[in-house]
Design a protein around this ligand. Structure first.
Ligand code: ISJ
Ligand code: MG
Length: 451
């Protein structure tokens, strides 16, 4: 069975390799194969060069292994979005395509102007990869895309051999946590307090402040296992992982930044939070409280107002409900307002990302002032946390999530991130508790807990 596909890929490549184009991209239909198993199969050959994505509706799952092309930008301004767009167009235009065509996956740093922390060294202002092997699961169909630039037929054949003959050798001894440290906890609490002062003095209206939890493990963290846990525990989230050399950025985010399909696009306003209840009754009470709480409604309203304005500038037929509803995740419930619109001619997904990032759900309001305040008073480098992560295809369609509920994994270390929206009546202690709830998805996935 495996040999059949192997032959099919190699046959097609034999016919098209050596053409003058820069990259050859062929796609074939496959039998069922579990995307997570495919991610694991790449462990030996492609460790440090893998990615994983599945959207919150399970419409599409992508697993990328290896790197046919890399787009990278160290540009600190908004130019980075346009740089990526330009390079992607060049790659697609120069490619020889059979089938659905190549797709790139990657993301952006939250704020390239923030002094960078050594842990994020492998994650530049913007980076996207076109993988050598892309597995796509869409509805119940599986496709394999092979993108080749320099490799010979023999090399590809050997890679396919290794990928499809790898046994699942997940080792039974699991890494366990040996150290847990709340990084700069007191400094963060002081920053929250200071932010409320700024807000009371009308210097700013909302600012999102994040903090970090550092974990150290007994042995190397098994990334496939963490992805598996995130899937089991957070089925309604975007699940993502992006390996870059020795580090891996991973998470389970409930927040969509933007999705574009032809002329249609979607985004979402997500801000305002409370934990889930222990009983149905308590859960409903907490939800009702959240829907009516002034402080949380303010946090949410900044996001709706800004997104409405941004979308109206580049879209028509913008549909936004007047009232938020509840989005209930496993540990937390949020105020949620979905947005749909039709994009004007010539508006790309990159320009939507540029315009929206960061929304007041992750930055604050007004935008520039909020980002600057974060740069000055937040005791960490966000790197790619709270920034856009996602994919774009050869037709310019794609989807980005906001990379929250996430962690940066090193060999046996993990840096977890969580933040919350500070407005006039924020209480530092309550906000601190809110971040504790937001650490849970990553924390429990890393601990490998089932419940
Ligand atoms: C910043 C985070 O979450 C954001 C902040 C929220 C809030 O303060 O209520 C809610 C959802 C997210 O937009 C995070 O999870 O780290
Ligand atoms: Mg909040």
């Amino acid at each position: 069975m495996v040999t059949l596909y192997q032959n099919k890929v190699i046959d097609q490549l034999r016919h098209v390799l050596g053409k003058k184009e820069h990259m050859v991209s062929i796609t074939i239909r496959m039998e069922q194969i579990d995307p997570l198993a495919f991610f694991s199969a790449g462990e030996t050959l492609f460790y440090g060069q893998r990615f994983y994505w599945s959207d919150c509706l399970h419409e599409r799952t992508f697993v990328g292994l290896g790197r046919a092309q890399v787009i990278k930008s160290n540009e600190k301004t908004k130019k980075r979005f346009r740089d990526v767009e330009r390079e992607w167009k060049q790659i697609v235009e120069g490619a020889f395509i059979e089938g659905q065509g190549p797709l790139m996956f990657g993301g952006f740093a939250f704020d390239p102007l923030k002094q960078s922390d050594e842990h994020w060294i492998e994650f530049p202002s913007a980076q996207f990869v076109v993988p050598t092997f892309l597995l796509t699961k869409q509805r119940d169909e599986i496709w394999l895309t092979v993108n080749v630039v320099h490799e010979s037929l023999n090399q590809i054949e050997e890679m396919i051999d290794s990928l499809f003959h790898t046994r699942d050798e997940s080792d039974s001894h699991r890494a366990h946590i040996v150290k847990k440290e709340e990084v700069a906890r007191d400094q963060w609490l002081r920053s929250v307090h200071y932010a409320t002062d700024l807000i009371r003095n009308d210097a700013i209206e909302k600012v999102v402040l994040a903090r970090k939890l550092f974990l150290s493990f007994s042995e190397r963290i098994d990334r496939s296992h963490v992805l598996h846990e995130l899937h089991e525990q957070q089925p309604m989230s975007y699940i993502f992982a992006f390996e870059n050399g020795s580090t891996c950025f991973i998470g389970a985010s409930p927040e969509q930044l933007v999705r574009k399909n032809g002329h249609m696009c979607e985004t979402a306003c997500l801000a305002g939070s409370i934990r889930r209840g222990h009983t149905v009754k308590e859960d409903e009470e907490l939800g009702r409280w959240l829907l009516q709480d002034d402080k949380n409604r303010r946090e949410h309203a900044f996001v709706v107002d800004m997104i409405k304005q941004a979308m109206n500038e580049v879209c028509t037929e913008v549909v936004i409900p007047n009232e938020p509803t509840l989005l209930k995740m496993r540990h937390i419930q949020h105020l949620y307002t979905p947005v749909q619109a039709k994009v004007k001619e010539g508006v790309s997904i990159f320009s939507l990302v540029e315009r929206l990032h960061p929304t007041p759900a992750l930055g604050g309001f007004p935008k520039e002032k909020a980002v600057q305040t974060i740069r000055e008073i937040e005791p960490l480098d966000r790197g790619w946390y709270a920034a856009p992560i996602g994919w774009v295809d050869a037709n310019g369609n794609g989807e980005f999530a906001v990379a929250i509920r996430s962690a940066l994994l090193e060999d046996n270390k993990a840096h977890l991130f969580a933040g919350c929206g500070i407005v006039a009546h924020s209480d530092p202690h309550n906000e601190y508790e809110e971040t504790n709830v937001k650490f849970k998805p990553m924390l429990l996935a890393l601990e490998g807990e089932q419940r």
